[in-house]
Design a protein around this ligand. Sequence first.
Ligand code: AMP
Ligand code: MG
Length: 420
Amino acid sequence: MNQLADDCFNQVDDLMSTAEALAILRQRIVAVTQDRLEQLPLAQALGRILAQDVTSVLDVPPHDNSAVDGYALRHDDLVVDGPSRLTVLGRSAAGHPHDGRLETGQAVRIFTGAVMPEGTDSVVMQEDVARTEDHITIPPGLALGANRRHRGEDTRRGDVVLGRGRRLRPQDLGLAASVGQGQLNLYRPLRVAVFSTGDELAEPGAELPAGAIYDANRYILVALITALGAKVSDLGILPDDADAVRAGLVAAAAGHDLLLTSGGVSVGDEDHVRGAVEALGHLHFWRLAIKPGRPLALGQVGNAAFVGLPGNPVAAMVCFLRFARPLILGLAGAVDLDPVLYRVTSDFDYEKKPGRREWLRARLERQGGTGPSAVLFRPQGSGIINSLVQTHGLVEIAEDVTRVKAGELVDFLPFDEVAS
Ligand code: AMP
Ligand code: MG
C-alpha cells in the first residue's frame, strides 16, 4: 500500500472532532427509559438510575447528639479560669436517651451518638476529666458546643438529597437509607444487544480453527455495559455475510433499545455491518479525528439505536468509553455523562500529528514526592489487549498538541472512572 493512500489523516478537514461528536451525541440523546419506571428496595438499586428526586422528610441527625464518649454539661456552669466540679446524674447512651432535665451543676454520662439531654450544650471527653464516685473535675478551656453534633447538620428536612438521573453509588444508598427511604423509583434498565462481527472469530473455550482468533471484544463490551446498570443480551458473533448481519440486527431491534457491534464498519469488502444498517434504517458514518479508532457508526434500526465500534479491541474499548458510554448513560436516563479527566505528569516524550485526539495506555507510578506519573505501555498497537490490562488508564492528548515532553502535565482518564 502506498504511503499516501495509507495516510488516512491527510484530509483532516473531513474528520469530525471528539468535541463535535460528543456535542452531537448529547443533543440527540433522549432518555428512552423516561416512561419505564420501577420501584425497588434500596438494596437492589446499586448502579441503577434514579427516576425521581429523593427528598428528605426529616432532619438527619434527627436530634443533637454527642460526637464522643464523655459527659454532657451546661457550658454556663464551668469556671472560666480554673477546674470545674460537677455532679454526674444519669446517663444517655445511643438509642437510650436520658429523660429529665439538667439542673445547674450537673452533668450526664454520655456516649457517642446518644441524644444530648435537655439543658446540656457541650460534651467533655471522658479522657479529659477526673472522675471520683459521682463527681467529675474538668480542666478549664472547654469550648461552648464542644463535641456536640447538631440536629440536621447532615441533611435538613426538605433537602433534595439525590437528584433524578443520578446513577447510584454505594454511598448514595447509605444517604437514601439515612433519610428513611426504603424503596427508590428507578428507570428500568436500558436493554442493549451486543454482537461481535467477523468470520475469523471463535468462541473462547472452543478449539481455534485455522486462521481464526478468539473473540475478545464481546467480553469487554458486555462487562462494560453491565457495569453501567444496563441489561445486556450477548448475541454472539455475526458472520461476514450481509444477509446474516441484516437478519441478526432486525431480530435484535425488536427487543432492545440499543444494538452495539464491533468490527465490520471500515471500508473493506468484508465489512457488512455498515451496509446492513444503511439498508435497514439510517446510518451516520462518522470519521472521527481520533487514534485509535476512527470509524464510528451511529444509526437506527427499527426503534433501536445502533452503534458500530471499530474491530480492534483497543479501539473498540476506547471508542466505547469515550462515545458509546455517554450515549448509553444518556439513553438510560442518567444526567452525568462525562467522565472526569485528571492531570498527571507525563513520564515520556511523545510526538503526534496535529488535528486528531489520541489516547495512550499508561500505568500510573509515584516517583519521588510528586504526584502520579504516566508511564507508557509498549507496544501501543490497537490490537494489543495487554495495553489495556497492564495499565491504569488512558492519557488523552488534545488535537492541537504535537509534542508532549516528559515532566509536562497531561490529561488522564483512569479505567476505574469509566470501566466499573
Ligand atoms: P474489522 O473492523 O472487522 O476489519 O476488524 C479490525 C481488526 O479487529 C481485525 O484484525 C479483526 O480481526 C479484529 N477484531 C474484530 N473483532 C474482534 C473481536 N471481537 N475480538 C478480537 N479482535 C477483533
Ligand atoms: Mg471484520
